[in-house]
Design a protein around this ligand. Structure first.
Ligand SMILES: [Zn+2]
Length: 304
């Protein structure tokens, strides 16, 4: 492959990556919500009661994991679309990437190469992490609720219906959300509200939390994948001599007042392709965004 390179001039927040990520948010969100629904449907209350050991071992975590695996297909698309968008952007910005085949769109060769096998490996890694973290956080929440119930003198064996109702409400939430639901329930009970109304209020609030969590997760995971697709293109460009081995990347925070101190401390920092960005705010070295949940930062190649 022969490529001609001209240096780009302008550095702007690459909003096209956010657009690629946003397009796939509903699909990832749906994978998560379906995983919650199916895993709970596959959970046998008897098993949960028999196997309880403060860990929620009776829950069908295998179903949860298997359902979350479906996100791999979506994240792979995100990687591919982000990679294509990055090449188009580089071309627009004046970094000409011209493949030997003049008929092909200039970005095609790189993207095709990318799909095989680097992007897939990346997507697999990303989906694996996604699944592990989610399962772990969801398990922690269940554990916390069981421990709290037992501390209040409820036994999984004797007060099974009560605990199952609570677990059903919080299943799929993270620990902080689950505890908030548990506290809400306790407050309503203390306030003397009728059982049926309490159950209704608790379910409604848990549903809101679950939807918020699903959206947050989907936004985060699609941005991780989009940033990965962008990085894979840069890596491939560097491997092919299109980018200099010491090519710098710059960290770009969203330019508004909602930027958090972590991202503000990273804004404008430069790092080589496989280097890290050190935050002076929290001392953490980041390979790239997102630096936290709901991070809206991105990276751009830095040229003189
Ligand atoms: Zn950020």
């Amino acid at each position: 492959m022969a490529f001609l390179v001209r240096k780009a001039r302008r550095v702007t927040q690459p909003t096209y990556l956010h657009r690629v990520a946003d397009r796939h948010v509903p699909a990832v969100r749906a994978v998560f919500l379906t995983a919650v629904e199916r895993a709970w449907a596959a959970t046998d209350p008897q098993q949960l009661a028999i196997q309880h050991d403060f860990a929620g071992n009776g829950i069908a975590w295998n179903v949860f994991d298997a359902e979350l695996d479906r996100s791999l297909d979506v994240l792979r698309l995100v990687v591919r679309d982000a990679a294509a968008a990055e090449v188009r952007s580089l071309n627009r910005r004046g970094l000409r990437i011209i493949a030997k085949q003049e008929d092909d769109p200039p970005w095609l060769t790189l993207v095709l190469d990318l799909l095989n096998p680097e992007a897939i490996l990346f997507a697999a890694r990303s989906a694996n992490l996604f699944r592990q973290n989610l399962t772990q956080q969801t398990q922690q929440a269940i554990r916390a609720i069981i421990v709290r119930a037992q501390q209040r003198g409820l036994s999984v064996t004797t007060q099974q219906a009560e605990i199952m109702e609570l677990l059903e409400a919080v299943f799929g939430l993270n620990e902080r959300q689950a505890i908030a639901i548990d506290n809400l329930r306790l407050r309503l009970v203390e306030g003397g509200m009728a059982e049926a109304r309490i159950a209704e209020r608790v379910r409604a609030q848990a549903e809101r939390y679950l939807r918020a969590r699903a959206l947050m997760i989907a936004r985060h995971e699609t941005m991780v994948a989009a940033t990965g697709g962008q990085h894979a293109i840069w890596q491939q460009a560097a491997d092919n001599g299109i980018l200099a081995p010491d090519q710098q990347r710059s960290w770009l925070a969203a330019g508004d007042r909602r930027v958090c101190p972590i991202c503000l401390s990273l804004d404008g920092l430069m790092a080589p392709l496989n280097g890290t960005f050190l935050s002076t705010y929290n001392g953490v070295a980041y390979a790239g965004p997102p630096s936290h949940i709901s991070c809206r930062c991105s990276l751009s190649l830095a040229f003189d």
